[in-house]
Design a protein around this ligand. Sequence first.
Ligand SMILES: CC(=O)N[C@H]1[C@@H](OP(=O)(O)OP(=O)(O)OC[C@H]2O[C@@H](n3ccc(=O)[nH]c3=O)[C@H](O)[C@@H]2O)O[C@H](CO)[C@@H](O)[C@@H]1O[C@H](C)C(=O)N[C@@H](C)C(=O)N[C@H](CCC(=O)O)C(=O)O
Ligand SMILES: Nc1ncnc2c1ncn2[C@@H]1O[C@H](COP(=O)(O)OP(=O)(O)OP(=O)(O)O)[C@@H](O)[C@H]1O
Length: 496
Amino acid sequence: MNTKELLAILPVKRVAGALPEEVTDLTTDSRAVSAGGMFVCIEGYTVDGHRFVGSAIESGARVIIASKPIEVDLDKAAVVYVESTSRAISLLASVWCGYPSKRMKMIGVTGTNGKTSVSNIIHGILMGAGERSAVSGTIGFNLDGVLYETENTTTDVLTTQKMIARAAEEGCDTMTMEVSSHGLIEGRMAGTEFDIAIFTNLTHDHLDFHGTMENYGNAKGLLFAQLGQDFQQHKVAVLNADDPWHTKMKEMTSYPVLTYGIHADAMFKAANVNLRTDGTSFTLCCPEGEWEVEMRMIGEFSVSNALAAITALYAKGLAIPDILAPLRYLAPIKGRMERVETELPLTIYVDYAHSADAIEKAIDAVLPYKSAESKLIFVIGTGGNRDRKKRPVMAEKASAADYVILTTDDPRDEPYDSITSELAAGMVHKQFACIGDREAAVRHAIEVADEGDIIIFAGKGHEDFQIIGSTKYPHSDAAIALEEAGKKFGKGLIGN
Ligand SMILES: CC(=O)N[C@H]1[C@@H](OP(=O)(O)OP(=O)(O)OC[C@H]2O[C@@H](n3ccc(=O)[nH]c3=O)[C@H](O)[C@@H]2O)O[C@H](CO)[C@@H](O)[C@@H]1O[C@H](C)C(=O)N[C@@H](C)C(=O)N[C@H](CCC(=O)O)C(=O)O
Ligand SMILES: Nc1ncnc2c1ncn2[C@@H]1O[C@H](COP(=O)(O)OP(=O)(O)OP(=O)(O)O)[C@@H](O)[C@H]1O
């Protein structure tokens, strides 16, 4: 790309050296620099990108964007000084990728819980309806059915723009993105024009980062504020009326609002909710009349997630029958109260709950179907070096299960005992064990299980690793449980 055209977007303070006519690539990672590229130095939480200018130039960078004085051989590369390199990369990424979000319908989903579920329900319905669709978030970047790994739920601004550009180039009509509060605060969504913004809920999480619930709510509100004020574009906010924070999100935007809910008054409301162990049905009451909805996902939280998806797709212009038909056959979302198919005399679910509210919702999804003679065993861990205040509150909610195993979920550098003892402080009954090693915790769940019991392995969901120190070790709750249960009950996976 022409260097001057690219740099025209930046408020430049000073240029040192001669700029090349063209740059071949744009990156913030010295390890990814290619010959003739532009390297933007970002001051991170861990390291300062200005440290890697030397290696970036060795790899062929011809332009460096910096905010601090740096020593550079100006025969090899030019330096463009700006006030803020993180602001600079937001602007550069949009120009580099040609404002790709303007070429598709963009749907953003934010909230403490339900982002992955709602965005994948939307994607699944669109694919089922024959549209080309992309979705990004905790599970990765799914481009019309092909999954690519991503580092974060909401990726850095350059990766985000490149991902959207790729989806647009591949002919996707819609891209749905999970938008985390970290992503919003750190400007990872800069340049992304959303047409529809969805709010699921706001409960205690990530307070190590945001400090207070008010800050956390404000961070989520940015998605709605950033819808902008251009009323020639038909944008919509889709808000969960069951969550009191929805009024705050409403205040953040001047665009029309559509509400959904199960308990509160809402424009898209679920009535006659029938929760079963193999699926859910409800009556959708909406401006288009009343419709019977059937789906394979379980738990009341799935009704809320389905309502969010239905409302957003209606706002996008789909007819209600075209939304409900694919929803009926949609498989449960990977790792979200996903039942492990086995021949065992046990019912096993893998779930991603790692906040108090999610734990409550996951337990509520199965408790009504548990017989009086059987137990609900709940395995839950929290991450090390992350929000510690949520630990006792999570355990308090987990106490609704008959037997709780407190363990770790990516302990990182924190000792096992520190995590499990802080969880244990919130337990309201004594039927629990603290087992920091997650593999041993999973095996223990099988050891104490009797025929007919239900086990929920919470926290890992779709993930197939456990981070100990800074190393990612392979880990699968389901695989360990099946191996252990196979030994105990002589059975395993269907077909084994
Ligand atoms: C705390 C935080 O937000 N950290 C994010 C941040 O990392 P960082 O600031 O530590 O980056 P850094 O390692 O210091 O690097 C700084 C710069 O130097 C560059 N560098 C670095 C090394 C090198 O050799 N050469 C080089 O050029 C890097 O490419 C970068 O540009 O920037 C990285 C790139 O964008 C992110 O991947 C990383 O997320 C980490 C992995 C993380 O755990 N983030 C969590 C808190 C997070 O963002 N979570 C949310 C919410 C999830 C949820 O809702 O549950 C998410 O969206 O994922
Ligand atoms: N609408 C909801 N309300 C409350 N809990 C929910 C809801 N949807 C899902 N959950 C619970 O939260 C867990 C995580 O769900 P999901 O991955 O969809 O949320 P998320 O917002 O993407 O989470 P994360 O930010 O951690 O990626 C699920 O496994 C389930 O236990």
